[in-house]
Unconditional design. Structure first.
Length: 520
């Protein structure tokens, strides 16, 4: 994928050389909006690299390739893309053309490794979202995505020299990982994502938009042979960056898409609901079993008591009848006093027997129904103020481009964190939306005092969306604690307006469980 002059372009360039050189540092056009996914988010950090060689006021060479931001103002590309600039620095201009915005920028070569075919370019004037490296492993057949500016697309669409320095979203192509090889002493990744001359230096990404390599070369496709791409492996890339003393972001978190992560959350919630329902049913079944056993014992005791009372009732009737019969007998014998007493005793005994019969215990037919078990509510943690240590909860997070560490916060009852960042009430939680001036990431921070849960939802936005968010942010102070509820209410209203224009789902969310900093 060496950079070679193109005849038609060279002719156009000679006619517009002055305008071309100035345009590298001037406003040109607005970028085409990218799709809102992990790959598009990574694409905002991909650039076109342009080299223009001049001699005696004439353009003698032009080349272009791709690159990606490894820091807000530093770009990784292939060494062969900027070879002319390395050999003839006084005669070659390097242009950095972002995928968004309205300007191109002049770059400076600060590290060059032809063995690994890697180079590092520095520029100023804007800040780009840096891409994150993923150290693997990458499985055979795993989907990979190439981003860059293939020259055959440019030849088909470019109308003039200015089109090569016009901010445009990079072209994406998808293929599969086909293994690792050694190419002239350098470890490379073999893949089937479609690339062409011009993709040189552009990133090869996994499905979550993390860099696994830098595209460098393609095989020749002759007589129907399949075409394969080569990308400088991440191991070579990280070694190059360390030798250049260039910091970079990396994460080893497995790639999980937003939809997959949300489905996992839904499944976990459904499992928790099903487990709670099963626990309630088990408790209800146990209560019913215990109640049935108690009912059986009580029914047996009730039946025994009923039978005893009915026996006593029958005995009373028999004794009463005998008393009445005895009264009749005594009357015939002329013993009136005895007859009267026997009659009274007999009647009284019979009345008692009747009363016992009428008030005998009723039989027990069925136990009363079991009331549904109440929904168990999770115990609320005691609200804690002061210094907290918040540890990441991977099972509740989508870790995509970060390597999260413990978060230390000093919380106050008025929603001030670390004595300098004010949060506003948002329902049952406290919330602060951070809108940086240069970066293209909005962070929505939430702290739930009751459950001691801290969360960071990160939105990787386009330049146009960031401009709209910054406008809504206005002149609100980034630091300082509010001294009144009115100030917090104003902050809350401002944040609500920002939330309304954010995407439905964040690109990354980090959930932390907090505990007192002094706890073991």
């Amino acid at each position: 994928m060496a950079l070679v002059p193109h005849a038609r372009f060279l002719e156009t360039t000679r006619m517009t050389i002055a305008r071309l050189i100035l345009a590298l540092l001037a406003a040109l056009a607005i970028a085409v909006p990218a799709r809102a996914d992990d790959i598009s988010a990574a694409g905002r950090g991909v650039v076109r690299i342009v080299t223009i060689a001049t001699a005696d006021g004439e353009v003698v060479g032009f080349g272009h390739g791709s690159g990606f931001a490894i820091a807000p103002n530093r770009i990784v590309t292939n060494a062969h893309v900027v070879e002319l600039a390395a050999r003839f620095p006084a005669n070659v201009v390097i242009g950095v053309v972002p995928s968004e915005g309205a300007k191109s920028y002049r770059g400076k070569l600060i590290a060059y490794d032809p063995q690994r075919d890697l180079a590092l370019i520095e520029f100023s004037g804007t800040q780009l979202p840096a891409l994150t490296l993923y150290p693997g492993p990458v499985e055979d057949g795993e989907a990979v995505i190439a981003l860059g500016y293939p020259g055959n697309v440019d030849l088909a669409t470019a109308q003039s020299a200015a089109d090569y320095i016009k901010p445009l979203s990079p072209v994406r192509s998808q293929g599969g990982f086909a293994g690792q090889r050694n190419l002239t002493g350098t470890q490379v990744l073999l893949h089937t994502a479609g690339i062409a001359r011009g993709n040189s230096g552009g990133p090869l990404l996994d499905g979550c938009g993390r860099v696994i390599g830098a595209n460098s070369a393609i095989t020749r496709a002759e007589e129907g042979d399949s075409s394969f791409g080569f990308a400088i492996a991440d191991s070579e890339l990280t070694a190059f960056l360390r030798e250049a003393k260039q910091p970079f972001a990396t994460t080893a978190a497995p790639c999980t898409s937003v939809s997959e992560r949300l489905q996992q959350d839904r499944q976990a919630a459904e499992d928790a609901t099903a487990a709670a329902a099963a626990a309630r049913q088990a408790a209800r079944d146990k209560a019913a079993e215990q109640r049935q056993r108690a009912f059986d014992v009580a029914r047996t005791e009730r039946q025994l008591l009923r039978e005893n009372v009915m026996g006593l009732s029958g005995l009373g009737l028999v004794l009463g009848a005998l008393g009445i019969g005895g009264a009749g007998l005594l009357g015939t014998l002329g013993r009136r006093t005895g007859a009267a007493l026997a009659l009274g005793a007999g009647l009284l005994t019979m009345a008692g027997g009747v009363a016992l019969f009428l008030n005998r215990p009723a039989p027990m037919v069925a136990p009363p129904p079991v009331a549904p078990a109440p929904l168990a509510s999770a115990p609320s943690a005691k609200p804690i103020d002061g210094k907290l240590v918040c540890a990441i909860q991977p099972a509740r997070s989508r870790i995509n481009i970060s390597t999260p560490q413990d978060v230390l916060i000093d919380w106050t009852t008025q929603g001030c964190v670390n004595g300098r960042t004010q949060y506003a009430e948002n329902g049952e939680t406290w919330q602060r939306i951070l809108v940086p001036e240069q970066e293209q990431t909005v962070s929505v921070l939430d702290y739930d005092v009751a459950t001691q849960t801290y969360a960071n939802r990160r939105y990787l936005l386009s330049a146009a969306k960031m401009q709209a968010v910054r406008k809504l942010r206005g002149q609100a102070p980034a630091r300082g604690c509010a001294t009144s509820g009115e100030e917090r209410a104003k902050l809350g209203a401002q944040q609500a307006a920002i939330r309304d224009i954010l995407p439905e789902q964040p690109d990354e969310w980090l959930v932390y469980a907090c505990r007192p900093a002094t706890a073991p």
